[in-house]
Design a binder for this molecule. Structure first.
Ligand code: NAD
Ligand code: UDP
Length: 312
């Protein structure tokens, strides 16, 4: 059945894909964004659809809207951006999430929180399972985001237990694809943009640290499935369980772009997790979901996107 769906952070990378998918599925979409890292260009094509509405607003301020569903994605996700104003990042994850939960409570909407693999910190359990409590530095440069997202999960559960709010928690692992910013700062967009510009590819540290990369279309499918589930609240890991080192990623990007850039090494940022890979057994069992797009295939689509962006 068609719903009125609020997507906070809807002009961002994942949010813009989610808005498009929800419209395609016949829902009415309210896209809310403060445009910190979001862009109108990401949602340009949606603006003339009568089922789509754009609201410039910051979730750290309360808002009242009549809606059935909330996807709370508002929060900068790249370390460069969330560390730019760390106090604001905490406010977004605490005051912002309280505001969205208050709204969900008031209008009896189901709310899905975009949580993150960062709740596991620099994990000592590998691959990461949902029952693992994590290994997080509470006072480091990444803490505004990691601890912010952990408190956000706490708030979700407390509103659920105390007020019966209908919650869903998605622990999203590294996701990539079109609509990332050219200067986003995350590794996939950095390597692609560097390769296309003929600049050196910057590997932080020795490049043996690992991540598992999920293409955005797969992730959006999982978010929709989680929101649609009548009984399963999560937290659930959503990501691609195939693990790569940053060196392997750099080499694949160079091969696919036919780039002739060199690989150079830069200092490793503080608290950079050494390894990360989701155990997605729970998502497979409860949502019947697993990623379908291999890294090589997803990178090709992302490279095409950035080629176009850099050309214009
Ligand atoms: P993004 O930075 O592209 O999008 C975030 C959006 O939120 C932007 O449009 C930004 O302008 C908006 N925003 C930020 N603070 C806001 C505020 N206070 N009020 C209103 N809008 C605000 O990031 P993304 O990659 O699309 O991530 C979306 C969500 O998914 C984030 O919550 C992020 O933490 C989570 N997530 C993403 C990844 C990933 O790999 N992309 C991994 C784990 C979790
Ligand atoms: N990284 C890198 N070069 C870059 C950007 C990032 O080697 O130009 C590394 C970074 O140190 C980390 C990994 O790539 O080990 C993933 O970084 P990203 O910022 O994309 O995400 P996160 O660390 O939050 O998983």
């Amino acid at each position: 059945m068609a719903k009125r769906v609020l997507v906070t952070g809807g002009a961002g990378f994942i949010g813009s894909h989610l808005c498009r998918r929800l419209l395609d599925d016949g829902h009415e979409v309210l896209c809310l964004d403060n445009f910190f890292t979001g862009r109108k260009a990401n949602i340009d094509e949606l603006l003339d659809q009568h089922q789509f509405e754009l609201i410039r607003h910051d979730i750290t301020e309360p808002i009242l809207l009549e809606i059935d569903r909330i996807f709370n994605l508002a929060c900068p996700a790249s370390p460069v951006h969330y560390q730019y104003n760390p106090v604001k990042t905490v406010k977004t994850n605490v005051m912002g999430v309280i505001n969205m939960l208050g709204l969900a409570k008031r209008v009896r909407a189901r709310i899905l929180q975009a949580s993150t693999s960062e709740v596991y910190g620099d994990p000592q359990v590998h691959p990461q399972v949902e029952s693992y409590w994590g290994h997080v530095n509470p006072i480091g440069l990444r803490s505004c985001y990691d601890e912010g997202k952990r408190v956000a999960e706490t708030l979700m559960l407390d509103y659920h237990r105390q007020n019966g709010v209908d919650i869903r928690i998605a622990r999203i692992f590294n996701t990539y694809g079109p609509n990332m910013l050219v200067d986003d700062g995350r590794v996939v967009s950095n390597f692609i943009v560097q390769a296309l510009r003929g600049e050196d590819l910057t590997i932080y540290g020795d490049g043996h640290q690992t991540r598992s990369f999920c293409f955005v279309d797969d992730l959006v499918e999982a978010l929709i499935k989680l929101m649609s589930s009548e009984t399963f609240t999560g937290p659930v890991n959503l990501g691609n369980p195939v693990e790569f080192t940053m060196l392997e990623l750099a080499e694949m990007v160079l091969e696919l772009t036919a780039g002739r850039s060199k690989i150079v090494h830069r200092p490793l940022p503080a608290d950079d997790p050494v390894q990360r890979r989701p155990d997605i057994s729970k998502a497979r069992k409860e949502l019947g979901w697993e990623p379908t797009i291999q890294l090589r295939q997803g990178l090709e689509r992302t490279i095409d996107y950035f080629r176009e962006v850099l050309r214009s």
